[in-house]
Design a protein around this ligand. Structure first.
Ligand code: FAD
Length: 401
């Protein structure tokens, strides 16, 4: 069998690259070992796929080479993808500022990609495993479960390691190493935290309770997080196993084993001033009542239980107010770990971009081999950035094939 381009991986980046190259007149074959294409698209965004973020920029990505993503992101912007979605009449909603989700189902979005692939003449082969890849003159040769394939170029779009049950493998990293590329250390990110026994039991009692927090990671006294404040200000969710919710998923990209988390349960609120004022205005009110007006009731009650005191506000001396300011505004805890690859949304790290062109995603000295999407050491924050990277890298590569 022969093809101009073989794309390995029928996920977001692979399909986007395939349809782009197909429209450019290339004969494109997409191979995937899974029984269905785009499984992560279907499960993303709670089944409604947060397919882009209108504010996408290089600052939203983690990479050992922070400049690598600039060129592709500049050339294929969120508006371009929105235009494609609108052309297919797929309805979408802006659930949070800049975060666009399918109004109905992620199936609609996968439908767009599959229809475009079909119109572009792309051939899709599922349940196909690639046993060997080797250089063959100016092209590449593949041994697959569907036989031998000669290709002008091979694009590796096999994604990261998260959710192995959905077909994730380290295949792309193995191919990279085979051709002499480095792979930076990988670890699960956008992943919930697990807690040690005492905190685990406390979190489990509050499972389902959510509140807005500001959260940072703390390593050797240094605060880690984005922006000048070095924190994410997003909701936190207590679960049976620990802490989740957008704020926790985001900070997991900064957190490493041994680090603490610092959680401000009342962000943007001067707790000491407010408590001192309330002590004057309502001295007989219980602290738990005051807390329950600002935090979910169950959490307010749990806080006074954890700290073994529920004084009236009149009983709060200035030093006790300071202690409560610390407990509420700078709650420190050390997670046991994360839930790992089983539930992580993305992989931090991946194929080192040093020897990859940021223009066409080819390997230095081997232009017939390309890497795109999440398999590369480029990882976005939560909020639609990872798909925008998949689209942008897929298009940049597809246009150049
Ligand atoms: P993938 O989409 O992972 O595609 C890789 C493909 O390669 C798969 O089809 C796989 O079967 C195939 N493959 C793997 N190994 C082999 C092999 N050895 N042989 C053949 N085929 C192989 N990002 C967002 O921007 N917004 C969201 O709302 C969002 N929600 C998410 C929710 C969840 C639960 C998860 C897990 C991720 C979410 N992400 C989200 C991240 C996003 O899904 C990924 O960043 C994106 O899918 C990466 O695209 P990709 O094409 O590089 O890889």
């Amino acid at each position: 069998m022969q093809a101009d381009v073989v794309v390995i991986g029928a996920g977001a980046a692979g399909l986007m690259c395939a349809l782009t190259a197909g429209y450019a007149g290339r004969r494109v074959l997409v191979l995937d070992h899974a029984n269905k294409p785009g499984k992560k698209i279907l499960m993303s965004g709670g089944g409604r796929c947060n397919f882009t973020n209108l504010a996408t920029g290089p600052a939203n990505f983690f990479s050992a080479n922070p400049h690598f993503c600039i060129s592709a992101l500049k050339r294929y912007r969120p508006e371009h993808f929105v235009e494609l979605v609108e052309r297919h009449g797929v309805e979408y909603v802006e659930k949070a500022p800049g975060q666009l989700f399918c109004a109905h189902s992620a199936k609609d979005l996968l439908g767009v990609l599959l229809a475009e692939c079909e119109w572009a003449g792309v051939e899709l082969r599922l349940k196909t495993t690639v046993e060997r890849i080797e250089r063959a003159g100016e092209g590449m040769r593949l041994a697959t479960s569907a036989g031998r394939i000669e290709a002008g170029a091979v694009v590796i779009a096999t994604g990261g390691l998260s959710i192995p049950t959905m077909g994730a493998t380290g295949f792309g990293y193995d191919v990279a190493r085979q051709f002499g590329l480095d792979v930076t250390q990988t670890r699960p990110a956008l992943v919930p935290f697990t807690l040690t026994s005492q905190w685990k039991a406390r979190a489990a009692d509050l499972a389902g309770v959510s509140c807005d927090v500001a959260v940072s990671a703390i390593r050797e006294g240094q605060r880690l997080g984005p922006g000048r404040q070095r924190c994410y200000r997003e909701p936190m969710l207590f679960t049976h196993r620990g802490l989740s919710g957008p704020g926790m998923l985001q900070i997991s990209s900064y957190w490493q084993p041994g680090d603490e988390l610092e959680v401000d349960l009342l962000p943007g609120f001067d707790i000491a001033d407010a408590l001192a004022e309330a002590r004057q205005a309502a001295p007989r009110r219980q602290l738990s009542t005051w807390l329950g007006e600002r935090l979910p009731r169950r959490l307010a009650q749990a806080l006074v239980e954890w700290h073994g005191e529920d004084p009236t506000l009149a009983e709060l001396s200035n030093s006790r107010i300071e202690a409560w300011q610390e407990r509420l505004g700078a709650w420190r805890l050390k997670p046991a770990g994360t839930e790992g690859w089983r539930t992580a949304e993305v992989t931090l790290g991946g194929v080192d971009t040093t020897a990859i062109s940021s223009k066409d995603f080819s390997v230095e000295g081997l232009p017939q081999l390309r890497f795109i999407g999440e398999v590369l050491d480029v990882t976005g924050e939560l909020g639609g950035y990872n798909f925008q990277w998949a689209w942008a890298s897929g298009v940049a590569c597809g246009q150049s094939l």
